[in-house]
Design a protein around this ligand. Structure first.
Ligand code: EPZ
Length: 430
């Protein structure tokens, strides 16, 4: 019954070091099995999603050593299976990245079809379209993807949907396809670029990552590497929003300000002070913050993974804001929980109309998914009184030591496993 329990009202202030990017780590971990040499990955976030994928890689037969919680050494030369276990896919849907990696290196992969999740149906038709274009025979049988190829050959692929996952998955398979593959209408997120840079550090020949067209000249083999993952754009944005929500003063350290531009711009539009340095950004919340409108878009637009956090900030701003979610079909589930804290938000399909309120009050709520869970924590830290949040396993999938980092900024928050521990927290905090 793990829960977060918190008492709101403290403006959060101080510095917080941002961890490695979860969504870069997942693609990089999968790609690490594409060589028989040692691969050392540094600045790995210690979160359940990355740990689940490392387990899946272990189950394939790779050797995995963890010198410390933020470093992993992988050697895939003894991989004896091209079949990913159901259990591993159930734990973490991005295990589907192993299709592109296994197909690229072994020309064969059998991976359970990832389910949908609370934010949307999450299809992988574009991934499959790309694999087929590269010459693989792909079928879906008994809930699993079976992909096999005699040889992978270069192709000119146009993605019908800008998809982070499809871009990364197809890029991995094409890395070892003969000839030059061109993929158009690709995702340009920082973590897509990081996976491309990682593959190039292994001897791949990938150009154009971060633009609308990626060109990949296939190579016959990849070699080992040591690589450090970029900072997590979404974790950084979450803490930047925490300064706005709690009217605090937070400096996020170990970030790449360029990756944060859309978030910084919208916080400034609300009236926050945002100061950028080489590798850190300081956000100062203001007592009165203005309403503004935003629409989630593929990078460099406003990231969908920051939509719940920014909506919480707008729920405490002056005036009416319009939030449009253009990426996923069901990413406002948290609004019902936020409304129980006094927020005034109407959801109509992909649009939420947010009427700012003076204050939120604490409540017993539940995290519906990873980013919404983090957003509800921010709401609880601004609310009057106590808030408890259930289903925090969602949050721990993508945030390392979230409550510890928040406590470091002055938050009254604890992760508790029992009613008794919750009572002790209330007695201590008063
Ligand atoms: C990645 O998911 C991230 N996950 C998500 O972050 C993030 O929200 C999303 O990209 C968008 O930025 C990881 O990187 C592990 P998409 P992904 O393919 O790759 C549709 C988090 O909080 N689509 O870019 O699954 C899809 O339905 C998570 O860390 C197809 O139609 O997202 C969606 O509407 C949540 N067919 C849109 O494209 C496909 O084959 C964008 O999805 C693939 C996607």
């Amino acid at each position: 019954m793990e829960q977060y329990i918190m008492k709101g009202g403290n403006p959060l202030a101080g510095e917080v070091v941002i961890s490695g990017a979860k969504n870069a780590a997942l693609g990089i971990l999968a790609a690490s099995i594409m060589t028989d040499d040692d691969v050392v990955i540094e600045n790995l976030p210690d979160v359940s999603d990355t740990n689940a994928l490392i387990d899946a890689i272990c189950h394939l037969g790779a050797s995995v050593v963890r010198p410390d919680r933020h470093t992993v050494k992988i050697n895939a030369k003894n991989i004896h299976a091209i079949t990913v276990e159901d259990e591993d896919m159930r734990k973490m849907r991005a295990s589907y990245y192993l299709i592109g990696a296994l197909l690229g290196k072994y020309k064969s992969a059998e991976v359970p079809l990832p389910g949908g999740c609370t934010i949307g149906s999450r299809p992988i038709d574009q991934h499959i379209k790309g694999f087929r274009a590269l010459g693989a025979d792909v079928s879906i049988v008994r809930g699993a993807v079976f992909a096999h190829a005699i040889d992978l050959v270069a192709s000119h692929i146009y993605l019908d949907v800008v998809s982070v996952g499809a871009t990364i998955n197809i890029m991995m398979a094409a890395t070892m396809a003969e000839g030059e593959t061109i993929i158009e209408n690709v995702a340009k997120e920082p973590h897509v670029v990081d996976v491309a840079n990682f593959l190039n550090s292994m001897g791949a020949n990938i150009r154009g990552a971060g633009t609308d067209v990626i060109r990949i000249r296939g190579v016959r083999r990849l070699h080992g590497t040591t690589y450090s993952i970029i900072p997590d754009q979404i974790e950084a944005g979450t803490f930047m929003c925490a300064a706005a929500v709690t009217r605090g003063d937070i400096t996020v350290k170990n970030v790449i300000p360029k990756h944060m531009e859309a978030i910084s711009a919208k916080l400034r539009e609300m009236g926050c002070e945002v100061v950028e340095f080489d590798e850190e950004i300081r956000v100062v919340g203001k007592p009165k913050q203005r309403h503004m409108n935003f629409k989630t878009l593929p990078y460099p637009g406003f990231p969908t993974d920051m939509q719940p956090q920014m909506t919480v900030a707008l729920s405490l701003a002056e005036g009416t804001s319009v939030v449009t979610e253009s990426i996923f079909e069901n990413r406002f589930k948290y609004v019902a929980e936020l409304s129980r804290m006094g927020a005034n938000i109407q959801v109509e399909g992909s649009v939420a109309i947010v009427d700012g309120v003076e204050k939120l009050t604490g409540a017993q709520i539940e995290a519906p998914d990873l980013r919404a869970g983090a957003a509800l924590v921010l709401a609880g830290l601004a609310a009057e009184g106590y808030t408890t949040i259930d289903e925090i396993g969602f949050v721990e999938r993508g945030y390392e030591n979230f409550e510890g980092k928040l406590r470091g900024l002055g938050a009254n928050i604890e992760r508790v496993d029992s009613e008794k521990e919750a009572k002790k927290f209330r007695l201590r905090v008063g």
